[in-house]
Ligand binder design. Structure first.
Ligand code: NDP
Ligand code: 2IT
Length: 450
């Protein structure tokens, strides 16, 4: 991929970013998409250039990298890498998830932390951008091993986070179990019971509806897109990739809104159930037993299992919701989806569509939403968890869900109206990037050169 831009200043900035941050292709991809959007407004904002707003926004405020040693069940010492990228605190404490996956490296966490700045800005809540993680793989580990890892990870991380400094949460490989172990260790070391992590268990400060929030929020956002085109989820066929937290609750809400979800996948393969996915079976396989999605086809006679996750995009659908991982939906997949009549794609994962796939969607009449807008419901509800922790109250499921829905509608409105204002109607990539940026840039300008 060539990361060039037409604007000379922005192109220079892009090339400098590549030269100064070697071997971080996912970070270049996220920065390039962002700068391409900024091209539309840069002439109206000379202060962004004179005050070096873009140079500053591309450079993380702080990157923490550390050793995570732990002892496995055989008594052997294991060593993992730990990271926290504290990207931008202009509008609030750093906020973003912790990814535990063997593929994790600094470049991936920088792309995630960078996108989180604009996503968090869009939520309307006061949260800066950050992301962390480790190359630890929770798959196949016992609960005791996961606990040993999480405690060691937090032994170092606890020096750098706090309820008013940096508030981590879940992401790939980090769910309620991991957050519980990390919270326990933070509390033990700091002797403080505070809302330092979100996605906590309901008995110790977690918010109702946080588990459901990213998937539900994705469907609330997609409903706004569908409404703009005079339609809704009712009667639509939906393909959702992934079978984790985001995919499961996107399936639940899409089904509640009257759609038929016909496929899910994990990293080994996908299941196609033309009768509609039976979600209670998926939850038992994935949330309770932590098994592979192939189990589904063994239990449900109408379902077929195929090895490999890419094939999921060959299933005909009206709406596709990629909810697994970055760059899972490439140009070939985009062509197949369009040929099969898919009209709406909204990202539940972070950056799941390649730039070529997005360009193809936009050129072929597919209404496309980028993750930083459409998956912001998770972090928005984390923000609501922080508010509840601060006031030492807990809100009902209905209250949190209603706030989540209203936030997703605000995000859609901001991205949609911004796109129209800059003369790119329905380009939600540009709308989200620019609406997210303007608020952060305003705060940075007000706070001076820091
Ligand atoms: P989970 O760990 O719960 O689930 C991840 C799912 O994606 C699993 O089915 C997993 O399959 C699959 N997956 C992960 N990595 C790969 C890969 N390299 N190739 C193919 N499939 C893969 O994570 P979440 O559901 O929480 O996260 C999914 C996406 O949503 C991520 O991009 C995350 O950043 C994003 N997101 C999450 C939010 C949250 O609140 N949790 C909020 C906003 C965005 P397998 O089990 O085989 O690994
Ligand atoms: O990518 C994301 O927005 C998340 N993983 C959720 C972050 C959060 O702080 O809830």
């Amino acid at each position: 991929m060539e990361y060039t831009l037409n604007n000379e200043y922005l192109n220079g900035l892009m090339q400098k970013t590549i030269a100064k941050n070697p071997s971080e292709p996912e970070f270049y991809q996220a920065v390039h998409e962002f700068l391409t959007s900024v091209e539309a407004i840069i002439d109206q904002h000379p202060e962004f250039i004179s005050e070096k707003i873009l140079e500053r926004i591309i450079e993380p405020e702080r990157v923490i990298m550390f050793r995570v040693p732990w002892v496995d069940d055989k008594g052997e010492i294991q060593v993992n890498k730990g990271f926290r990228v504290q990207f931008n605190s202009a509008i609030g404490p750093y906020k973003g998830g912790i990814r535990l996956h063997p593929s994790v490296n600094l470049g991936i966490l920088k792309f995630l932390g960078f996108e989180q700045i604009f996503k968090n800005s869009l939520t309307t809540l006061p949260m800066g951008g950050g992301k962390g993680g480790s190359d630890f793989d929770p798959k196949g580990k016992s609960d005791r091993e996961v606990m040993a890892f999480c405690q060691s990870f937090m032994r170092e991380l606890c020096k750098h986070i706090g309820p008013d400094t940096d508030v981590p949460a879940g992401d790939i490989g980090t769910g309620a179990r991991e957050i519980g172990y990390m919270f326990g260790q933070y509390k033990k070391i700091r002797n403080e019971f505070t809302g330092v992590l979100t996605g906590k268990g309901l008995t110790f400060g977690g918010s109702l509806a946080r588990t459901e929030a990213t998937g539900y929020g994705l469907c609330y956002f997609t409903s706004c897109m569908l409404a703009k085109k005079g339609t809704s989820f009712a009667g639509k066929t939906v393909v959702i990739s992934g079978a984790g937290n985001v995919a499961i609750y996107a399936t639940e809400k899409a089904q509640q809104l009257g759609a038929k979800v016909v496929a899910l996948c994990d990293s080994t393969g996908y299941v196609y159930d033309p009768d509609g996915i039976k979600l209670d079976i998926v939850k038992d396989i994935k949330e309770v037993k932590r098994q592979r999605i192939s189990e589904y086809a063994k239990q449900v006679p109408t379902a077929k299992y195929e090895d490999g996750c890419h094939g999921i995009w060959s299933i005909p659908c009206d709406i596709a919701l990629p909810c697994a991982t970055q760059n899972e939906l490439d140009l070939d997949a985009a062509k197949t989806l369009v040929a099969n009549g898919c009209k709406v794609v909204a990202e539940g994962a972070n950056m799941p569509s390649t730039p070529e796939a997005i360009a193809y969607f936009q050129a072929n009449g597919v209404y496309f939403a980028p993750g930083k807008a459409s998956n912001a419901g998770g972090v928005a509800t984390s923000g609501l968890e922080m508010s509840q922790n601060s006031e030492r109250l807990s809100w009902t499921f209905e209250e949190v869900d209603a706030k989540l829905k209203s936030i997703m509608e605000s995000i859609f409105k901001a991205a949609d109206e911004t796109a129209t204002k800059i003369g790119h109607e329905d380009n939600l990539v540009m709308g989200a990037n620019i609406a997210g940026l303007l608020k952060v840039a305003d705060a940075m300008l007000a706070q001076g050169v820091i």
